[in-house]
Design a protein around this ligand. Sequence first.
Ligand code: ATR
Length: 276
Amino acid sequence: MSTIIPLAAVLGHPIAHSRSPQLHGHWLARYGIAGHYVPIDVSPGNLDDVIRTLPKLGFVGVNVTIPHKEAVLGLADLVTDRATLIGAANTLIFRKDGKIHADNTDGYGFIQNIRQGAPDWQPKAGPALVLGAGGAARAIIASLLDVGVPKLVLANRTRIKAEKLQADFGKRVEVIDWIQVGNQIEDAHTIVNTTSLGMVGHPELRVPLDGLRPGQLVTDLVYAPLHTRLLVEAAAAGCTTVDGLGMLLHQAVPAFERWFGQRPEVDDQLRAAVLK
Ligand code: ATR
């Protein structure tokens, strides 16, 4: 009897920068699973063909990243409610009956990362302040509303993008001008940077941070560098801080479990493997 070796992949364009192969590779080795996880560069024009071919080659599922996260919704037979709400998927499961199931675990990863790093965090205790209204922001907003933030103040350099999100997510979202961010920090209970500011090769996040105070939870989706200016200043002001690497690690947990049948742990060894 031949043993089937399960395969999984991350599809993106470009894809060389992805840390997902190290992440899933670490878990496969750690749990002794005879599977493989590979990066595949897929241009948009080939996405449909590639996704329909992979199950025939032994793939049990894939992650999708930029620029395919929205397009895969149209290729899937089943889309979870949270992926529909976010308007994008990051995980596909190729089911035995041939159906393609699309999910978005980014918001789950975001919340789990905070819960692990700051177990005392009470999202309902006060407003959240979210910086940025790009691709990453939708999953963050959906997940913060889902865990019960009473109000979500949203600021983006291009205000109209924030207003579009407000129209999609409803009354708990309040849009402010980017220039007003500094004035809103003091009142926020949870502060999240979803912009690319502070990332290696990008400009620094230069909003006034003197409103930071103990009791606030501050997290940054940027994880290169791990200790962004926002997180360093927040820690110095006595805030609880959670870095962005954990979101990447936690979003992968449900996918790995569905594909390979083992719920994996997010721990320091995994962090070290991914940072290598
Ligand atoms: P992602 O999909 O990772 O969220 P994105 O869609 O390009 O990436 O969004 C990047 C975010 O960083 C956006 O909110 C962007 O603001 P705009 O919508 O105004 O472009 C924000 N951003 C990027 N550079 C910025 C800058 N110099 N100042 C303020 N915000 C910036």
